[in-house]
Design a protein around this ligand. Structure first.
Ligand SMILES: NC(=O)c1ccc[n+]([C@@H]2O[C@H](COP(=O)([O-])OP(=O)(O)OC[C@H]3O[C@@H](n4cnc5c(N)ncnc54)[C@H](O)[C@@H]3O)[C@@H](O)[C@H]2O)c1
Length: 462
């Protein structure tokens, strides 16, 4: 493969000369034009890989040149980065909405400019990728966790080269043991807050599934500070390096972001109602919401392809109850014929989504162009109260456990607030992915029961 060829269009010869030297020193072929006319003339017979275009030039401004570049069949797909001395926000918005691939304000830091050029070049290549099958190297943050390990298995099965980053805070080595002999599986033990580690891992991948987070209501209530640090700073680091290398990111957000909203079913564009900061539980919802803002910001201002999925109570064999997940906890008590504690009045409603369905849809959404820059609910639309769930698990296990109602504060401490009901509107998922989760709660519970029967030791880890 030859060197990437860049055309610099700027009426200031000093700028084109200086930039040429810098770009050549960093492995690019460079051509320069010192007027719009000269540039358009050059483009009649040449197709560079990228154009750096000055905004303010005599005769024709950068937007007018861009219009002509986009109008011609041979140049319409060439990525363009605008160089400008204007710093006003309205100008940036206009620039990004007019089909530019990026926008950089003079005087620019040359490392930043190089990173942006590389990112745009990489993105313009991946723009051609219509089929996720053409992507080879996948990075999964939080891959040792419940959902992450199922995703790892599914992608390895489809012959992707999978690298997992995990700090094993809630993830388990056991979840990954089955992949240890697979030559396509690589494990990096460490935190997503370690910039050097993330930078290195992102460099070699084509797509990132970002799952690493402090999760589980009990875990969050006990560790609100870690929740905010890992679930926001961690995500911002992942997005920063993804943006610098032009790597697509799938973000796993959560139905918790709807908070105390009572507008059922929850729609992606509805207002959210989050509780106050002195109630620890909201640190998770708030952090995950901020992740969504980060991701959308990178998409809108830097052109990074991102897909944000809001997951609704994903469950299945292998999930632990240690951090507050209700189904494994109920199984543990039911299978031991011990009292099953239901917090509050048990009338809180949830929709449980089978992990394999969620994984299938996450992978599918990652491959759909239309999903880029979108927030999409992903969950089952089937509602059940926690009390009925306890009864269902009692029935399915033939348990003699008694169901006991306990106040929230006994488990979560004082000052806890719960979410009454969480039900997704699935219109967007259906429109974009063409499918919604199909596995019924009864089938899910049967699978989990079978798992605990075959792995009784798993009950001890709960
Ligand atoms: N399970 C659900 O119902 C559900 C619902 C909504 C959203 N989600 C989201 O899905 C993702 C996966 O959740 P899960 O249920 O599999 O939970 P999990 O706890 O099993 O997985 C999270 C993984 O991230 C790892 N991790 C945490 N902090 C890290 C850090 N700083 N650096 C590296 N690794 C780190 C943990 O060790 C763990 O392996 C999370 O982002 C979560 O917010 C899950």
């Amino acid at each position: 493969m030859g060197k990437p060829h860049i055309l610099i269009v700027d009426d200031e010869k000093f700028t084109t000369d200086l930039l040429s030297v810098r770009l050549k020193a960093n492995g690019f072929d460079v051509s320069a034009a010192n007027s719009p006319e000269e540039a358009l003339d050059f483009l009649k017979t040449n197709t560079p890989d990228l154009i750096l275009l000055d905004l303010l030039m005599p005769g024709m401004n950068g937007y007018e040149v861009l219009e002509k570049v986009r109008a011609a069949e041979t140049t319409k797909n060439i990525p363009v980065i605008m160089l400008t001395a204007k710093t006003v926000q309205a100008e940036k918005v206009k620039a990004l909405n007019s089909g530019l691939d990026d926008y950089i304000t003079k005087p620019y830091d040359s490392e930043e400019l190089l990173a942006r050029i590389r990112a745009v070049l990489k993105r313009s290549k991946t723009r051609e990728v219509k089929n996720i099958k053409e992507i080879k190297n996948v990075l999964i943050t939080g891959g040792a966790g419940f959902i992450g390990s199922v995703l790892t298995g599914a992608l390895l099965k489809s012959e992707y080269n999978v690298t997992v980053i995990d700090d094993f805070s809630t993830g388990r080595k056991e979840n990954l043991e089955k992949f240890s002999g697979d030559k396509n599986f690589h494990l990096i033990t460490g935190s997503i807050t370690d910039e050097a580690l993330v930078a290195k891992a992102v460099e070699k991948c084509d797509i990132i599934y970002h799952l690493a987070a402090t999760v589980g209501v009990k875990n969050v209530v006990d560790n609100p500070l870690e929740t905010v640090i890992y679930d926001t700073i961690g995500t911002s680091i992942v997005l920063k390096y993804a943006s610098a290398h032009g790597v697509k990111v799938v973000i796993t957000s959560t139905s918790e972001v709807y908070g105390k909203s009572e507008k059922y079913p929850f729609k992606e564009d509805e207002d959210v109602v989050i509780g106050p900061p002195d109630v620890n539980r909201w640190s998770y919802a708030c952090s995950k919401l901020l992740d969504e803002f980060f991701a959308i910001g990178y998409h809108r201002q830097r052109g990074l392809p991102v897909v944000i999925v809001r997951l609704f109570n994903v469950v299945g064999p292998g999930q632990l109850g240690r951090y507050g997940m209700v189904i494994p906890r109920f199984f543990k008590f039911a299978l031991k014929n011990e009292p099953m504690p239901v917090y509050g009045d048990g009338e809180q409603v949830r929709c449980f989504t089978y992990v394999d369905d969620a994984i299938e849809m996450i992978i599918k959404l990652a491959s759909i162009e239309e999903a880029n820059g979108e927030v999409i609910n992903l969950g089952s639309g089937k509602e059940i109260s926690i009390k009925d769930l306890a009864l269902e698990i009692k029935k399915i296990t033939g348990s003699s456990s008694e169901i006991v109602f306990e106040p929230y504060h006994k488990y979560y401490g004082a000052n806890f607030q719960d979410i009454k009901k969480r039900v997704p509107d699935l219109t967007k998922l259906k429109r974009i992915a063409g499918v919604v989760p199909k596995t019924s709660l009864k089938e899910i519970l049967e699978k989990i029961k079978k798992y605990f029967e075959e792995n009784p030791e798993a009950l001890e880890g709960i």
